[in-house]
Design a protein. Structure first.
Length: 229
């Protein structure tokens, strides 16, 4: 069955040859693909640009065309970035979506975490507290992003994870990673600590409540009129 309403011969080629051309393997050169697909090089180049934008392939001068592992992030981020440029309020709307996705998938995601994941979360907490308690104080943004994504990384759902990844791209784009009141940061990471402790102790309901309380902080912060807005 052909699902491609855009009639992209190159997309059909990628989808129909998953067993023949594994992810990360090099694809034939442009001229060879053009001949195989029976389309002009110009048409193929147009379709290839769309595939690159969607993260389906990577094109480099020396390595040629290479299929990439599927990720929903590029497609979401392309649209979300434009939406935020049109109206910054679209970030608020997307934040609401992200909040409910994390709440909906919390228990399933937390249950899937391994002891190694628990140790990783504890290490992230230690690194974040070191930054917050150090001199000078540093914003643990990288740890913040990795903390949330680590909790949901075991989900076998690329669409959920792609949306969550896009949220953090947007979070950086609107400047929320470069400014925050110190008391706000401490409160955020106190909630993170509660979440990690609950996950490691197997009390996922307590972790869920900490997640809900934590995500509400962002809305209070935006509603107060932070400098980025």
């Amino acid at each position: 069955m052909n699902y491609w309403r855009t009639q992209s011969e190159f997309f059909q080629y990628l989808a129909s040859r998953l067993s023949d051309v594994p992810e990360d393997d090099q694809l034939p050169a442009m001229n060879a693909l053009s001949e195989e697909l029976q389309i002009s090089v110009a048409r193929l180049r147009e379709q290839l640009e769309v595939a690159k934008a969607l993260g389906f392939v990577e094109v480099k001068p020396r390595t040629g065309i290479r299929r990439l592992p599927y990720s929903f992030l590029p497609a979401v981020w392309q649209s979300l970035a434009y939406a935020i440029e049109v109206d910054r309020a679209n970030f608020d709307a997307f934040s609401t979506l992200r909040k409910h996705i994390e709440m909906c998938f919390w228990h399933r995601a937390a249950e899937a975490l391994t002891p190694g994941d628990h140790a990783h979360l504890r290490n992230l907490m230690a690194d974040a507290w070191n930054k917050l308690r150090g001199t000078p104080i540093r914003i643990p943004h990288d740890e913040h992003r990795e903390f949330h994504l680590s909790i949901f990384r075991r989900l076998d759902n690329p669409f959920v994870f792609g949306i969550l990844e896009a949220y953090w791209e947007a979070y950086e784009a609107v400047g929320l990673n470069v400014y925050a009141d110190y008391d706000y940061l401490k409160e955020v990471w106190n909630y993170h600590q509660q979440m990690v402790d609950a996950i490691c102790e197997g009390d996922l309901d307590a972790g869920y409540q900490a997640l809900v309380d934590h995500t509400d902080l962002l809305y209070h912060r935006l509603g107060a009129g932070s400098p980025e807005w």
